[in-house]
Design a protein around this ligand. Structure first.
Ligand code: ADP
Ligand code: MG
Length: 256
């Protein structure tokens, strides 16, 4: 781990925080007074049934969606309403539920472009891209064209690309969707190492409870855009309200 990363891990004063964020879409309250706060040394889970506002939350924090009310603070700085590009430059990176790689380009080019977008020169961008591919045991595929990758690997490159921007926080929107159990294991390993190795906090949205419970230090649960509770994996798993709202919904869906 670099010296800078070590300092970052020790210094947990830099947080990503939202205060009473609400998003209304013509009468529909997608988010209602959502406040949460995560540090750079943790993997923080955000869970809730489909349509509960998780992606909307990521959109607000990363500047893809303006909140109706409330504020987003990054390291104490109010970044509410900033453009996605400006927020990205300030240190927030995300992945999308649907992978969006440049399919005609190689794996390493996909990472390099992200790094260049943050202001790195070509040489530095290439170096950083290589370091990240090596970190995720993917250097052997650096020169494969992105559209030749199987789905699980494509998703992994999506995370690599987010990390190539040297973020202070990365927001992962359902990264395990469609992965096999073995791929989920690899993903869990990777996600767990992000805070320590990059000095970068992780907000993890995921339906796969094994992944969530396995990697998060704290979990925030929402339903219909509102907070139900927040706690450790043990607290969340034994919370009757969570079981009703979230785990209950899932089993109903399975029956459907
Ligand atoms: P989740 O990611 O938890 O499944 P979303 O954040 O995607 O939930 O959606 C929350 C709610 O907001 C849903 O009811 C969804 O239909 C609605 N919604 C999301 N984006 C828009 C939009 N751009 N316009 C109108 N409604 C939206
Ligand atoms: Mg979503």
């Amino acid at each position: 781990m670099s010296e800078a990363a070590q300092t970052a891990v020790k210094d947990d004063t830099e947080r990503l925080e939202t205060n009473a964020v609400s998003v209304h879409f013509e009468g529909l309250a997608a988010l209602e007074d959502l406040s949460l706060s995560l540090g750079k040394n943790e993997v923080f889970g955000l869970i809730g049934p489909n349509g509960s506002g998780k992606t909307t939350f990521v959109n607000v924090v990363t500047g893809f969606q303006k909140p109706t009310r409330g504020t987003v603070l990054l390291g104490g700085l109010d970044v509410t309403g900033w453009s996605a590009h400006r927020i990205g430059r300030r240190g927030l990176a995300r992945t999308f539920q649907a992978v969006r790689l440049f399919r005609e380009l190689t794996v390493i080019e996909n990472l390099e472009i992200a790094a260049v977008g943050m202001g790195l020169g070509r040489r530095q961008a290439e170096k950083r891209a290589f370091e990240i591919l090596a970190w995720m045991a993917f250097a052997h595929k650096a020169y494969d064209q992105a559209d030749t990758l199987p789905y699980g690997e494509e998703r992994r490159v999506g995370i690599g690309r987010a990390l190539a921007t040297a973020p202070r926080f990365v927001l992962l929107d359902e990264p395990a969707a469609g992965l096999t159990d073995a791929e989920c294991d690899e993903l869990m390993q990777l996600i767990s190492r992000i805070p320590k190795d990059f000095g970068c906090g992780v907000l993890l949205i995921e339906h796969n409870m094994r992944v969530i419970m396995g990697v998060c230090q704290r979990i925030h649960v929402i339903e219909s855009g509102k907070t139900i509770t927040e706690g450790t994996p043990d607290e969340i798993q034994s919370n009757p309200e969570v079981i009703r709202a979230y785990l209950g919904t899932k089993s109903e869906k399975r029956r459907a």
